[in-house]
Design a protein around this ligand. Sequence first.
Ligand SMILES: [Mg+2]
Length: 182
Amino acid sequence: MTRRPAIFFDRDGVVNVSPGAGYVLRAADFHLMPGIVEVLAWCRAQGFFTVLVTSQQGVGKGLMSHADLDAIHAQLQATLAPQRAAFDRIYSCTALAGQSTRRKPSPEMIFEAAADLPIDLPASALVGDHDRDIQMARNAGLAFAVRLAGENALGEPGDALVDSIPGVLAALQRWHRAQTEA
Ligand SMILES: [Mg+2]
């Protein structure tokens, strides 16, 4: 089985507009970031797996149910699929801080994806908007991490620091071009 690289995506603030300090509790409140569909479609067209890795403590706090979260992700996939941009897998950590070894910056969700799909992890990349996302990429041994600057304090700039979704796409394209020319 031929392994292929994946691009891992954080959710809130990268795929959808960040809910700020709270949580997206209903599908009606889930709003895609402008331009992210193009990023996901590009990744798929290049042959990358695309995997969503998200922390959703709102479930652990009892603010929403697992079914609510599943409904949000089902709507997301239904929106992306006709645009050839759906995720290959979605992994969520719904536990409270300190109550699960899967929480970022743990690489566990990435390793779960690599157990479920033939992913070439050392050739893979991640896009995130929090220090924990970048640390997760490092802990998983990924090749490249794109940091989207936003509302979170910036300690880990990643391998490419960008301030927009078009910037994410440009960074991934530059990295991919360098890989294929090397
Ligand atoms: Mg985020």
